[in-house]
Write a protein that binds this ligand. Structure first.
Ligand code: LRH
Ligand code: MN
Length: 430
């Protein structure tokens, strides 16, 4: 296994950075102390943060036009877990993996769970897939899956979701994420309310099969693969279905699934208020569901989302227990580097939101002092919390500078010699 998983290597990488990081940490500590903030408290909060890595994110992603795989591509879930372990080894805040079925199906799920345990990983929410036809599939999902007009096709899609629950139970997961691309490309092609009725009938069967301690995460998306209407198109339809199904159903927010400029942080606040926030698929986008690295385009929006999340925690909002996951497509970068960068970016937004002077903010909100309210948020957003993030990693055995350590390890080159290229380019997200 790679030198990356060897403690001495990471300690060696940290050696020349330690003095610098302690100086920066001390300086930031003094700055925060002037506002009666104990940096050690903030550090503990930073260390409590964790986010799941999508198993499908460690391979090179693509678009409908093409996919340009890199070297050392993971060829199965076992190799994907190896790469996820490397990420967690260096950034120490990604101890869980979100698998996708049937892409990650193996004959012996307990062997998979054992390998994950060996690598210090656990499984987060499992994802079903009724947006592609599998080779041995009887009924096509061309015209939909859980909402298809044909009963046999709906039953096939329901069965797949029930199988995913069984896979998840074997892996120790506690949630099923259901995203369906069902919709239409032409006005008149689909009867909107009948399609949603079929969706509810199908998901009720899946919901009733959930173990007591499980949840169902419903994921909405504005468009793609359908380009005129999507059955679960927006948070409104999503939360209505979650309310219709019951307490174990909640609404998952994938940042890229909204029209440009939609106020996602307000959607988050609404879902929290109605105890229906399942969690997130973090990524970033400029146009559509671009699945770009989290915080790479609009870091202030990501911060504002965490401002709502930290505010809910601060107010001990009832039923507040969101799941944090990344969901990205790495078309032009090394997926491991992008996932490390993105995990740190989301952790950064969380820590910055923890540094918002919430009582002062409430005061300005009550007195309608708009400018000072905005400045109170900006003050936290402009704080460079890098020393806290690096110290959090250092104190949990990670790398002060994950990217530098990863490149120094030459992991990608090493693993490429063990993973001959499939030569498969093709197109599509995986
Ligand atoms: C749909 C989506 C969904 C996953 C898929 C890989 O765009 O965000 O969460 O199933 O990407
Ligand atoms: Mn998603």
């Amino acid at each position: 296994m790679s030198n990356l998983l060897d403690l001495n290597f990471i300690e060696d990488c940290n050696k020349q950075l330690k003095q610098e990081i302690h100086q920066d940490y001390q300086a930031l500590g003094e700055k925060l102390a002037r506002n009666n903030i104990d940096i050690e408290d903030v550090l503990k909060q930073a260390q409590s943060f964790s986010i799941a890595v999508p198993s499908w994110g460690v391979g090179t992603g693509g678009t409908r036009f093409a996919r340009f795989p890199g070297i050392g591509e993971p060829r199965n879930i076992f190799e994907k877990l190896e790469d996820c372990a490397v990420i967690n080894r260096l950034v120490t805040c990604t101890p869980t993996v979100s698998p996708h079925f049937p892409w990650d199906v193996v004959d012996d799920m307990s062997a998979l769970r054992e390998q994950a345990d060996t690598l210090g990983l656990k499984f987060d929410a499992v994802n079903s897939n009724t947006f592609q036809d599998q080779a041995d599939q009887q009924h096509s999902y061309k015209y939909g899956s859980l909402t298809h007009t044909d009963t046999a096709t709906r039953e096939q899609a329901i069965k797949h979701n029930l199988d995913c629950i069984e896979y998840g139970k074997a892996l120790g997961s506690k949630a099923l994420t259901v995203w369906v691309g069902d919709g239409s490309n032409h006005p008149g092609q689909q009867h909107f309310s009948r399609a949603l009725e079929r969706y509810l009938d199908s998901t009720r069967v899946i919901y009733n099969a959930l173990p007591d301690d499980w949840q169902m995460f419903i994921e909405h998306k504005m468009f793609e693969p359908a380009f005129y209407s999507t059955v679960i198109q927006d948070w409104g339809t999503n939360v209505l279905c979650a309310m219709e199904l019951g307490d174990k159903a909640k609404s998952l927010v994938d940042l890229g699934h909204h029209a440009p400029n939609v106020n996602i942080e307000m959607i988050v606040s609404r879902l929290i208020q109605f105890k229906k926030l399942a969690g997130f698929h973090f990524n970033d986008s400029k146009y559509g569901d671009d699945d770009l690295d989290s915080g790479s385009i609009n870091p202030y929006q990501q911060f504002l989302i965490f401002n709502e999340l930290v505010d809910a925690e601060y107010r001990a909002a009832e039923g507040f227990d969101p799941a944090y996951m990344l969901d990205q497509s790495h078309n032009v970068t090394d997926p491991i580097e992008s996932l490390m960068n993105s995990a740190e970016s989301v952790q950064r937004s969380f820590v910055q939101a923890k540094l918002v002077d919430r009582e002062a903010l409430y005061g300005y909100q009550e007195s309608n002092d708009a400018l000072m309210a905005s400045n109170t948020l900006k003050a936290a957003f402009h704080l460079d919390v890098s020393p806290i993030l690096a110290m959090a990693r250092l104190r949990t055995g990670g790398a002060i500078n994950p990217l530098q350590a990863y490149r120094r390890s030459r992991y990608r080159e090493q693993i490429a010699s063990k993973r001959p290229s499939s030569g498969h380019t093709g197109s599509g997200i995986v």
